[in-house]
Design a binder for this molecule. Sequence first.
Ligand SMILES: Nc1nc2c(ncn2[C@@H]2O[C@H](COP(=O)(O)OP(=O)(O)OP(=O)(O)O)[C@@H](O)[C@H]2O)c(=O)[nH]1
Ligand SMILES: [Mg+2]
Length: 318
Amino acid sequence: MDEDDVSVLVASLLRGDRRALARLITLVENRPRLRDRIMSLIYPYTGNAYVIGITGSPGSGKSTLVDKLTGELRTRGKTVGIIAIDPTSPFTGGAILGDRIRMLSKSTDEGVFIRSMSTRGSLGGLSRAAYDAIALLDAFGKDFVIVETVGTGQAEVDIVDAAYTSIVVVTPDMGDEIQAIKAGILEIADIFVVNKADLENVEATVMALQMMLDLSDKGDWRPPIIKTVATKGVGIKELLDAIERHRAYICETDRIEKMHYKRSKVRILEIVRSKLMDKLIRELENSGELDRIVKCVVEKKMDPYSAADEILRKLDKK
Ligand SMILES: Nc1nc2c(ncn2[C@@H]2O[C@H](COP(=O)(O)OP(=O)(O)OP(=O)(O)O)[C@@H](O)[C@H]2O)c(=O)[nH]1
Ligand SMILES: [Mg+2]
């Protein structure tokens, strides 16, 4: 696989070849050098897909919602790309991934492309490969890209950096958990979904959210609260209508341009940071410098902070 092969693959992707899309996602995940080339080739073709983020506790019904939402989007004539971010731990990895894919009944529809990705290897948050996969689906021509992340930590917050509309899913059986996570989720939710509305305590859950919203200052967009029974497809139209309303809201003024500016900046700096780190670490390893400093720390001649400072001083000299 070299740069010429990559150009051929990208040309196939732009013609709508699903296999090329799948291969390119794998390449951006695993082959940093080819990734840079791929991303520069496809970048001119991005910017059309509307990215929706869905996050929430494990088992809250995110995948079922994504599945039904996709069905509704297809009914409205839209094509959809789906990325399920898997917070892979070495212990549970494969099993979870399997479950998440199985949930999706749309996998045989040509207008839908589904991909699972792990967050493995990223320092918290969405992995860079997830952003790149969004861009690939965008260039491929998907009208919507839906990103599912499980809300267990940083990834649920970082989804806002990729999505235009972020949906937070809660369930009536969460109880006090809503209180516990409220600080984090209030910030990121553009829309709340109370899924499993067939269970008890739905109204209490809605009220708890309403109260949280009353106390917060979300500017001029108050996140709507949509009740759904994902398994039965109840509330899905209302959810998509709410998404379209939010989309109209952010596109109404220059909000979306500001979002693009802020995100591009974050993305560039993130890439610089990781390339710089790779370069620095490679140099330190090759020169034996890292080994020397580590040994000093092990032998208690230096503490880890001073060791890090010594490394950074080398950067200053450049
Ligand atoms: N009663 C009820 N069960 C639901 C509803 N929506 C989903 N479920 C069930 O909840 C379970 C988890 O659903 P998923 O869609 O896999 O949830 P998830 O949030 O994607 O789960 P993870 O990706 O593992 O975090 C499944 O058994 C679903 O059938 C609902 O509206 N009501
Ligand atoms: Mg899921």
